[in-house]
Design a protein. Structure first.
Length: 155
């Protein structure tokens, strides 16, 4: 009997602070070099800190640079979606696909995954903090309350 496979994609440009990445790794329970789990961290590594890259590498992530040429707009989202689609092509019902990003466009990947019986989760550090599943960072500013404009007086 085949065991459940799991893949986790990190959109590192969208979730790049080492502290936040560490919390998400902990939340997801990612053990370094797990036999059935693959971690792929994708993004333009020129704009992501070394500390984040080292943290992901220690967790066993493949670090993939997604800006292949000068003056080419970053293709991270497209490359993650394509890689996820390729992985889904060999996935079995019950396998797990997770994408760490704030980008809701990846919910379309989740729709395809569901059609194949694959469990899907889009994880966002911001949403984990808002829901109280991970603590807010000590030096992070509290979210601002929106101020409503005072009603205008008519003359």
């Amino acid at each position: 009997m085949m065991s459940t496979r799991r893949i986790v994609f990190f959109d590192v440009e969208n979730s790049s602070r080492a502290e936040h990445v560490g919390r998400v790794i902990e939340y997801l329970g990612l053990a370094p070099r797990s036999e059935n789990t693959k971690i792929v961290a994708m993004g333009n590594w020129r704009v992501v800190g070394h500390e984040t890259a080292q943290l992901l590498a220690r967790s066993g992530a493949d670090l993939i640079h997604s800006a292949p040429a000068p003056r080419v707009k970053d293709w991270t989202d497209l490359r993650i979606a394509v890689q996820a689609g390729l992985w889904l092509g060999s996935a079995m019902p019950g396998d797990i696909l997770e994408i760490v990003t704030d980008d809701q466009a990846f919910d379309a990947v989740g729709d395809v995954a569901a059609g194949h019986g694959v469990q899907f989760q889009r994880v966002s550090h911001r949403r984990l903090v808002e829901s109280g599943q991970v603590p807010r960072s000590a030096h992070a500013p509290r979210p601002r309350r929106r101020r409503t404009a005072a009603p205008r007086r008519r003359r």
